[in-house]
Design a protein around this ligand. Structure first.
Ligand code: NDP
Ligand code: MG
Length: 380
């Protein structure tokens, strides 16, 4: 039996994880955590019977407690709740599918409790990769990527027996505004930015994909997961999202992983690794496909990508500032408080004013996050 805890079970990755679990009789859910959607969480509790469930707000946790009083489930709240789910004793693997750097503490707690991590929550690795990677090694747990590009890279490394990566070719769809100039993107509305051409995902990552900030976060995520330098990760636009990423080795050979854009594949691969199991859904038809196109990313009109390279190369607390500024700016854009282009203006401005702390501790990361939020609040 594979016993699984899910942080962020009500979201896009969380619900797809539960669909995967339902298809495998040898998988079992032991703990679930969500933000505030207790209606869906209650349904999930009734269906999967976890031992522990957590919601962020105390009030909603009380409400949930009353709703599931007939069941044998412990309900917790807040950060303690997230950590209780991440460290639930019988779980072997924790799927980190919360959105944002709120995932740092629970991910660290899970690693320290000896759990394998199926990592979707890239913001945690971007901001605290220098702490998490050594911890993973020290505890001897596995860090299995769920992000489709990173799962692809991970699959390209199968059987390579430690052969060195020369370069990672991280593919990007380019998002809904590929080919547009900044001038043409000035009046973009929330509804426009929420329409991703290939993937159906949570709101924050959908906006991040449209600004290319998501690809920037993924370059930093890849750097930590695969132990390469920022400049060994090259972004390649592949508009159909069929090649999920590639690895170039020292002899020039390039390995690629291809498939239809469906997150259930990387989720299932992370949960079943190293086994491959049957999966339903659409398959690639190369007779119909005819061509796969590539482009160079547009760094000028999508400054989020250049800023991410700058943050990653500098390191220390700068990736935290990049990420925190983006989290806040995206939430302001979704609440219609700022225009679309202001998202990357805010990131740049927050990065310029920050004095970098090398090798920050968890406390210093969270302090840099707070400081960035305060700065943004005082200016926008
Ligand atoms: P969603 O917004 O769809 O889901 C986020 C989940 O986190 C929800 O379950 C939400 O609960 C929960 N959550 C939010 N805040 C808190 C909190 N304070 N405490 C506890 N739970 C909380 O996001 P996605 O599923 O799209 O993304 C999740 C992560 O996976 C992100 O880091 C994203 O970058 C990454 N990812 C996502 C992909 C995708 O296809 N969606 C692809 C690759 C990576 P509630 O619903 O109750 O608010
Ligand atoms: Mg991705």
């Amino acid at each position: 039996m594979r016993r699984i805890a899910v942080l962020g079970s009500t979201g896009s990755i969380g619900t797809q994880t539960l669909e995967v679990v339902e298809n495998h009789p040898d998988m079992e859910i032991t703990a679930l955590a969500a933000g505030s959607n207790i209606r869906l969480l209650e349904e999930q509790i009734r269906r999967f019977r976890p031992k522990v469930a957590a919601v962020w707000s105390e009030e909603r946790a009380e409400e949930l407690k009353a709703r599931v009083a007939d069941l044998d489930v412990r309900v917790e709240a807040g950060m303690d709740g997230l950590i209780a789910v991440a460290t639930e004793a019988s779980a072997q693997v924790v799927v980190t599918a919360v959105v944002g750097m709120i995932g740092i503490r629970p991910t660290i707690a899970a690693i320290q409790a000896g759990k394998d991590i199926a990592l979707a929550n890239k913001e945690t690795l971007v901001t605290a990769g220098h702490l998490i990677i050594p911890m993973v090694r020290e505890r001897g747990v596995r860090l299995l990527p769920v992000d489709s590009e990173h799962s692809a890279i991970f699959q390209c490394l199968n059987g390579e027996h430690g052969n060195r990566i020369h370069k990672i070719l991280l593919t990007a769809s380019g998002g809904p505004f590929r080919g547009k100039t900044r001038e043409e993107m000035k009046n973009i509305q929330v509804e426009d930015a929420l329409k991703h051409p290939n993937w159906s995902m949570g709101q924050k990552i959908t906006i991040d994909s449209s600004t290319m900030v998501n690809k920037g976060l993924e370059v930093m995520e890849a750097r930590w997961l695969f132990g390469v330098e920022m400049d060994q990760v090259q972004v390649v636009v592949q508009p159909q999202s069929i090649i999920h990423s590639m690895v170039e080795f020292e002899d020039g050979a390039v390995m690629a992983q291809l498939g239809t854009p469906d997150m259930k594949l990387p989720i299932q691969y992370a949960l079943c690794w190293p086994e491959r199991r049957p999966m339903g859904g659409e398959r690639l038809d190369f007779w119909k496909l005819a061509e796969i196109r590539f482009e160079k990313p547009d760094f000028d009109n999508f400054p989020g990508l250049s800023l991410a390279y700058e943050a990653g190369r500098t390191g220390g607390s700068l990736p935290t500032v990049f990420n925190a500024a983006n989290e806040r700016a995206v939430s302001m854009f979704l609440n219609r408080k700022i225009g679309y282009l202001t998202i990357t203006d805010i990131i740049e401005s927050a990065m310029r004013r920050h004095t970098v702390i090398p090798n920050p501790s968890v406390e210093q990361i969270l302090e840099a996050e707070r400081d960035t939020y305060d700065y943004i609040e005082s200016r926008w």
